[in-house]
Design a protein around this ligand. Sequence first.
Ligand SMILES: [Zn+2]
Length: 141
Amino acid sequence: MICAWCSNSDDAESGEQSHGICAQCFKRILGIPLLDEADLDALPFGLIEVDSAGCVLRYNSAEQVLSGKPSADVVGKNFFTEIAPCTAIESFRGRLSSFLASDAEPESFQFAFPFPTGTVNVSIAFVNSGRGSSFVLVKRN
Ligand SMILES: [Zn+2]
């Protein structure tokens, strides 16, 4: 099994996986809602916090670099209609709304962003923020 987040295959002993994520990443991702603002900004991958309506609540530093959009242009807007319409499809938006509705454990999957400059393949992970919103993690592959 290949971890959808770190792309490493787990060795047999620690081969426990949950929702496509290896045990190590799962633990790390589970800790994200406990981080403060500065720690979230220091993460080496993109983080977008969206509420159940798709409104962006937070857009960390790495995501601003990845997307080329400053946080001020994104926070308060609708992620699926105003920021990244390419994600307004069942395999992303549909997946996220079922995730938000289910109180589920973190999950990860592969996604391709069709940016104007070319397709960017990323790993996406969802983690419940514990306050009715979800963190969407974006790591460039
Ligand atoms: Zn992993």
